[in-house]
Design a protein. Structure first.
Length: 88
């Protein structure tokens, strides 16, 4: 099972690097908002893999807090970007 966790963490890390690249290079602010949202999902996924590898729910509260902050941050940023472009 250690090989599965290792491969999963490598794939999540590669996805995080590509998402961070989109965050830096994104031509629009909507790309950057989406990249931050995806990064929060990848972070929660990585913590879940660590919890599965460790065999305990030690970081369950942390995953809930990060997921909620990612959601609230994305909604707030999307509303702000929508108001800047004239959407209601």
């Amino acid at each position: 099972m250690n090989v599965v966790h290792f491969v999963t963490m490598v794939l999540l890390s590669a996805a995080a690097l590509m998402t961070a690249l989109r965050l830096v290079r994104g031509p629009t602010e909507f790309d950057r908002i989406l990249a931050v949202d995806v990064l929060s999902v990848l972070l929660v996924s990585g913590i879940a893999v660590v919890m599965a590898a460790g065999g305990g729910p030690a970081y369950a509260t942390l995953t809930v807090v990060i997921a909620l902050l990612g959601f609230v941050g994305s909604v707030t940023a999307a509303r702000l970007a929508g108001k800047r472009h004239g959407a209601s």
